[in-house]
Design a protein around this ligand. Structure first.
Ligand SMILES: Nc1ncnc2c1ncn2[C@@H]1O[C@H](COP(=O)(O)OP(=O)(O)OP(=O)(O)O)[C@@H](O)[C@H]1O
Length: 206
């Protein structure tokens, strides 16, 4: 079962931090702008240098080739990166276009040029692209930051379904306390590079 553990993890401006996210658990991370939330997610995904250790299922990040780690511990960044012209080229062979309906997009979106996609369309496509890798742990950086209420609900439902189906460990950065209460079992706040206990998800304002 994919448990994600941080052991004295430190990166630029952040840490050292200890944390355990259980299989199937969603932890929401809040904190002021510039407090280091994105830096922490990048370190967890092994995209930035870091000290300390991250373990998935007891296996250390430092013991796994970086590309392999990044397929298991997947970051959905606030601003997604696209390297092919066409959307579909970013998805694995055999990806079922019908899955696009889960984020309110038509199957034909796989044939769209990336440049025509709106910010919110790119955000939803980036999430689907990440889930297609079937990660054991998901690192979500404001995954609904550009979405209307309907698309936001669709994305929240999709992530919850994935988390339950795969017992995935999820770390979700959100500035929205009500969203945190909906999606997470626990909330933490990053302040001065350290975790502070947040408002328990179940007690956050409705
Ligand atoms: N490559 C870098 N070199 C130097 N400082 C950096 C670098 N990347 C980020 N920072 C700084 O680290 C701090 C934390 O940045 P980070 O992007 O993690 O913040 P955040 O908590 O995600 O903020 P927001 O909520 O605004 O997205 C910021 O002050 C930022 O300017």
């Amino acid at each position: 079962m994919p448990v994600l553990e941080l052991d004295a993890l430190a990166t630029r401006h952040v840490g050292p931090l200890d944390l355990r996210i259980d299989a199937g658990e969603c932890v929401c991370l809040q904190g002021p702008s510039g407090s280091g939330k994105s830096l922490l997610l990048r370190a967890l995904a092994d995209l930035d240098p870091h000290a300390g250790e991250v373990r998935l299922d007891g296996v250390a990040c430092s013991a796994m080739p970086a590309p392999q780690w990044r397929r298991r511990v997947v970051l959905v960044a606030a601003e997604s990166q696209w390297w092919h012209a066409r959307v579909g080229a970013h998805f694995p062979p055999g990806f079922d276009p019908a899955q696009l309906s889960a984020v309110d997009l038509p199957p034909a979106a796989l044939d769209w040029e990336v440049v025509r996609c709106s910010t919110g369309e790119r955000q939803r496509l980036a999430l689907l692209r990440a889930l297609a890798l079937q990660p054991a742990a998901l690192l979500l950086d404001e995954p609904t930051g550009n979405l209307d209420a309907g698309s936001c609900a669709a994305v929240e439902a999709l992530i919850a379904a994935y988390r339950h189906a795969h017992a995935a460990a999820v770390l979700w950065v959100s500035h929205d306390a009500r969203q945190a209460a909906r999606v997470a079992q626990r909330c933490l706040t990053l302040h001065d590079g350290r975790f502070m206990a947040g408002v328990p998800a179940a007690e956050a304002p409705a």
